[in-house]
Design a protein around this ligand. Structure first.
Ligand code: PRT
Ligand code: ZN
Length: 283
């Protein structure tokens, strides 16, 4: 049995549970429970505050966990990281009042900066050779300049709308973050094996998220040209159509290249192009 710690309620919770479900792991989730066990995989889920997750995993109370890299690195526990998960993307940024003139980081020399991430901020300032006074506060960081508590703030930004609505502008990006899977460094052989199984499933889910299954019709004389445009899992599958001289071609495309490829396929004579999501992908 492997114990997974995820955030009880917050920005990481929904996507963490979604990932586990997409791995085919079923369990009863209830916002009132602190612990739940999967019905079809040797996994127990603990619901915790995100800040506590690295500590619990380091101590072995939980075997693995899902947490933001910002929290992990702030707590000095980056050694536990196993795998970036691609969700809850955000950045830790420095921001100053909109009306302030700002040219570069040296403008913050000797200034007061409010943050909940003193360690990440300190190492960034040190790297830039800037000395400032760091005020550690646990929340509502963005109001610090307007109440006279600080000249600048260093906080998590995602869309940027919180900064704008508090009359602030983002001036430096200190750290880029996303959700990461972490693991205790001394898992026994049994637990390691379960973790390997889980990672195998996570990789299949992640691969599928980036890939699309594409089906199209092509005149036979265009098969070679169109196949070259489709760097699929291996090579495209080609099936004859009922109509003489035509074939149906099936392959996989990467979401990032998707629109560019579609244009080229049309130009090359492809017709009836269908693009469908892939649920799991094992290579
Ligand atoms: O109760 P608990 O301690 O478990 O949760 P929490 O309140 O400490 O954390 P939570 O749920 O807010 O965030 C959990 C993790 O989500 C963070 O550690 C980040 O890794 C990640 N994340 C992603 C974010 C954001 N996006 C985010 N936008 N964490 C916080 N924010 C906040 C930010 O602090 C600011 O107040 O959202 C505001 C900015 O958002 P925008 O969109 O207006 O820029
Ligand atoms: Zn927290």
């Amino acid at each position: 049995m492997l114990r997974l710690a995820i955030q009880k309620s917050g920005r990481l919770s929904e996507d963490s549970l979604k990932l586990i479900r997409e791995c085919g792991i079923t369990f009863i989730s209830s916002s009132l429970k602190l612990k739940t066990e999967s019905t079809n995989f040797p996994l127990e889920i603990l619901y915790l505050r995100d800040d506590d997750i690295p500590g619990y995993v380091a101590d072995g109370v939980a075997d693995i966990g899902i947490v933001g890299e910002n929290v992990l690195v702030e707590e000095g526990m980056q050694a536990l990281a196993v795998e970036q998960l691609g969700f809850s993307k955000c950045r830790l940024s420095l921001a100053v009042p909109k009306a302030d003139e700002y040219s570069d980081i040296t403008d913050l020399e000797g200034k007061n900066i409010a943050t909940s991430y003193p360690n990440l901020l300190q190492s960034y300032l040190q790297e830039k050779g800037v000395q400032a006074h760091i005020h550690t506060i646990s929340g509502s960081v963005e109001i610090a300049p307007s109440i006279g508590l600080a000249d600048a703030i260093c906080d998590i930004v995602s869309s940027g709308s919180t900064l704008i609505s508090n009359g602030l502008k983002e001036v430096e990006r200190v750290f880029k973050s996303q959700a990461v899977l972490i693991a205790n460094e001394n898992l026994n052989a049994d637990k390691k094996q379960i973790l390997e199984k889980l990672l195998f499933r996570i990789h299949a889910v992640q691969r599928a998220q980036k890939a699309k299954y594409i089906l199209l019709n092509t005149p036979n004389e265009k098969i070679a040209e169109i196949s070259r445009l489709l760097p699929g899992a291996k090579s495209p599958s080609i099936l004859p159509l009922a109509e003489e001289g035509w074939s149906s071609l099936h392959s996989v495309v990467n979401e990032d290249d998707f629109w560019e490829i579609i244009e080229k396929l049309k130009d090359a004579g492809a017709q009836g192009i269908l693009v469908v999501p892939i649920e799991k992908m094992i290579v």
